[in-house]
Design a protein around this ligand. Structure first.
Ligand SMILES: NC(=O)CC[C@H](N)C(=O)O
Length: 207
């Protein structure tokens, strides 16, 4: 049993889904629970009903995209976002949210106005950890990069909230959030808490 951080204090507990087609699902569920949310694994589109937010985890974006098409998640998540519900893409999830993928004709959800480059840090090091400053979070957060993408360009409405060596590694567009790294692989759940707050703001805006 995980203790809820905001349980009583912040009022209603946000219900956040983690898309469970492929990738790091259990770790996101744990971080979301530490951040005070109720977290559930989502395998079918019907399960999006009643959620306040959705995490699209890391893994392999081509595989996740393929499975999303197969199970009807592309239209369903676009509709979910159109209702103003919060969506958070991490690593491969960031790629899935982008409107454009460098070197590929087709993108996936096309929800966030940005162009991404896959495996952008691969030539330097396959994976690494670092501390990153994120706008809206007081102290630097611990970030794990694994064959990570970067955000090559952002369009209108997208706010850059973190950079690493001058490259964009996290961004926000209203109720949409994306990061290049894996925030679920450390004990530092503050980016999840940031997202749960976004979901709460979005829910307040809908009611
Ligand atoms: N850790 C990850 O999610 C890696 C993303 C993967 N390299 C891709 O392009 O989909």
């Amino acid at each position: 049993m995980v203790k809820l951080r905001n349980g009583g204090k912040a009022g209603i507990v946000m219900k956040i889904g983690v898309l469970a087609l492929q990738g790091a699902v259990v770790e996101h569920i744990r971080s979301l629970e530490l951040a005070g949310a109720e977290a559930v694994a989502i395998k079918r589109v019907e399960e999006l009903e009643g959620l306040d937010g959705l995490v699209v985890p890391g893994g392999e974006s081509t595989t996740i995209g393929k499975l999303m098409r197969k199970y009807g998640f592309i239209e369903a998540i676009r509709e979910f976002s159109a209702q103003g519900k919060a969506v958070f893409g991490t690593c491969a999830g960031l790629i899935v949210l982008a409107s454009e993928i460098e070197g590929q004709d087709e993108a996936h959800l096309e929800l966030m106005n940005m162009k991404v480059q896959r495996n952008a840090f691969g030539r330097q090091r396959e994976s690494f950890e670092t501390d990153l400053n994120v706008t809206g979070i007081n102290e630097p957060i611990r970030a794990v990069f694994i064959r990570a993408p970067l955000i090559a360009e952002v369009g209108e409405g997208v706010e850059v909230i973190s950079t690493y060596k001058d490259e964009i590694v996290a961004a926000r567009q209203n109720h949409l959030l994306a990061c290049s790294f894996h925030p679920e692989l450390t004990d530092d759940y503050r980016l999840h808490a940031y997202f749960v707050d976004m979901a709460r703001e979005a829910a307040a805006g809908r009611s």
